[in-house]
Design a protein around this ligand. Structure first.
Ligand code: ASP
Length: 596
């Protein structure tokens, strides 16, 4: 009788007495002379295999004595119950072990640079360089099993809701999402380039013009930007688009998708998600991605700060700025060191500084007390709703700097006072973003989202005259202070699209050259439509409780955009450049070693 291969990690007491065939990797070896123990690991888990002369025979014992970590082995043996006092509660198969009767090496392994165990001292560089070993670590494998469940749940949900999964090109034309394009030279058309998509945005809109009504794609996107720890140059979006849809329709679908995605990790996503407008979010939390696991709203102190004679307040208010504050409950007890640290946080977000004030044991204190006097300080504390034991953090500056600094302080304060319940998951929608932002340096308008986002109908008449006041039919979905996705109802009329291009300083000729195909499509019967893209990598990271996107992407890049395993990006053969009609490549300024 030929034995069927058995997943090692699924063996249990009920298998006792069975003959099994295992194939997997050798983990640890314990050699007690007469007795040799190997752990054998496959995708399902680990099991302990025992070799002893009496039951295994001479040859298997000799071979087992030669086994090394990460050898690939085939083992036949009998499942036996362990004695009561030998049960290993640390592994699911700990009630049994396999007494081997045969051992073959399917492949031998050199000493690995690190052992693929959950707890590792290996540096991230080493892990990325030998990613095949890193991915053997059970914690990593678990992330990819979850990622598969999430993607499957998303696909099933969208399929059931009538969405068609359609692939869009990788070799394409620029789709502006605010980053640089990755360019691919064309061999057949020397001097011409494809761009890798920053998103499938224009194709999905064109699929709506084509009458597909509901599209989705688990889509690869490419953005060449300066990477931060939580960014990757290529990443995956759950991209979707719907015809004849309003914001409500999109929200309903997205909430179902996210419930399925997080449900795969046992995380509840109570629906409907709360909503707040961009203006409300900025006012209450200083950010468009508020963490709603806790309260800690900001307060406006401008009225009580005015006329206090405290120079930073006066200066900010006189130049059109604001004074706003954050009440930190129980924060009066925080150390000077913490307050100094937070002053640096405020500065790093562009504010000129931080003013604190507190009430403790009936006393009010603040470094600004002398300058503003007792009465003014009391007024300020009252405006900040400071009770005894509380701390007030006040920032005076340009409104944008005040918001950014206080938003960061709110997050820091929540952590400090233990207001973050890590088991909670707070989803929300942020709606009605401004259509345009103003580039302070160039004085020109840029799209807050992308240039295909529809203005609100009631704002259209002010598009040319007061572009800064136009609100967009745009929305973000946010979880625990992280943006999970961003979308909008789109412009579906060519004339409106042309007006928006013009407002953005895109000339008619440039508009035609870059987006002529879209403008053409909009002229041939485009249904009203809208959609969103959700960041699959980030969803997986949060669902898995991982701390880095790199732990949920099989082959990620470092923060400098290199792949340490393959060594890309790499130089190419002169002949390849020749074929692409690329005459010269400037040598790199330095040959910096890659960093992670
Ligand atoms: N294309 C947008 C993005 O990638 C999402 C959308 O508007 O649907 O951010």
């Amino acid at each position: 009788m030929t034995l069927l291969r058995q997943p090692a990690g699924l063996l249990s007491a009920s298998d006792a007495g069975r003959k099994v065939l295992l194939r997997g990797w050798v983990g640890r070896r314990r050699d007690l002379g007469e007795l040799i123990f190997l752990t054998v690991r496959d995708r399902s888990g680990v099991v302990q295999v025992l070799f002893d002369r009496a039951r295994s025979g001479e040859e298997p014992v000799v071979r087992a004595g030669d086994a090394r970590p990460e050898d690939v082995v085939e083992i036949e043996g009998d499942v036996v119950l362990r004695g009561r006092d030998q049960i290993n509660r640390d592994i699911p198969t700990g009630e049994i072990e396999v007494v081997a009767t045969r051992l073959e090496f399917l492949a031998r392994a050199e000493t690995p640079p690190f052992l693929p165990e959950d707890r590792t001292n290996a540096t991230e560089e080493l892990r990325l360089e030998h990613r095949y070993i890193d991915l053997r670590r059970p914690v990593m494998l678990k992330n990819f099993v979850l990622r598969d469940e999430i993607a499957f749940g998303v696909r099933r949900t969208l399929h059931e809701l009538g969405f068609l999964e359609v692939e869009t090109p990788m070799l394409t034309k620029s789709t502006p999402e605010g980053a640089r394009d990755y360019l691919v030279p064309s061999r057949v058309h020397p001097g011409r380039f494809y761009a890798l998509p920053q998103s499938p945005q224009l194709f999905k809109q064109i699929l709506m013009v084509a009458g597909f009504e509901r599209y989705f794609q688990i889509a690869r996107c490419f953005r060449d930007e300066d990477l931060r720890a939580d960014r990757q140059p290529e990443f995956t979006q759950i991209d979707l688009e719907m015809s004849f849809a309003t914001e409500e329709d999109v929200f309903g679908v997205v909430e179902a998708v996210l419930a399925a995605a997080f449900g795969a990790a046992g995380i509840d996503a109570p629906r409907p998600f709360p909503r707040l407008t961009y203006a409300e979010s900025m006012e209450r939390y200083g950010t468009d991605r508020p963490d709603l696991r806790y309260g800690l709203p900001l307060s406006d102190l401008s009225a009580s700060a005015s006329g206090t004679g405290f120079v930073p307040f006066d200066r900010a208010l006189a130049s059109g700025g604001a004074v706003r504050g954050l009440r930190v409950p129980g924060g009066a007890a925080l150390s000077r060191k913490k307050l100094d640290e937070w002053t640096e946080v405020a500065r790093s977000f562009g504010a000129s500084g931080l003013v604190w004030a507190k009430r403790s044991g009936g006393e009010s204190s603040s470094p600004a007390k002398k300058a503003m006097g007792d009465a003014a300080l009391e007024r300020l504390l009252a405006a900040g709703e400071i009770a005894d034991g509380d701390l007030l953090l006040a920032v005076a500056d340009r409104p944008a700097a005040v918001a950014a600094a206080l938003a960061a302080l709110r997050v820091a304060a929540a952590k400090e006072i233990g207001a973050v319940d890590a088991s909670k998951h707070a989803f929300c929608w942020v709606t009605e973003f401004p259509l345009f932002g103003l580039d302070q340096k160039t004085g020109s308008w840029f799209p807050m989202n992308h240039p295909f986002t529809s203005p609100r109908e009631e704002d259209l008449s002010r598009l040319e005259t007061e572009p800064g006041t136009i609100l967009a039919r745009a929305y973000d979905v946010v979880l625990n202070g992280e943006e999970l996705g961003s979308g909008s109802i789109r412009i579906h009329r060519a004339d409106v699209q042309e007006r928006v291009f013009r407002a953005l300083g895109i000339s008619e000729a440039e508009g035609r050259e870059r987006f002529g195909f879209l403008l053409d499509a909009l002229r041939y019967g485009a249904p009203p439509h809208g959609g969103i893209a959700l960041g699959l990598d980030r969803i997986c990271m949060i669902a898995a409780g991982a701390s880095s996107l790199r732990d949920v992407i099989a082959f990620p890049k470092t923060t400098s955009g290199t792949c340490l395993m393959t060594g890309s990006p790499s130089a190419v053969q002169p002949a390849q450049l020749e074929e692409l009609a690329i005459a010269t490549v400037r040598p790199p300024e330095s040959s910096r070693p890659p960093e992670s």
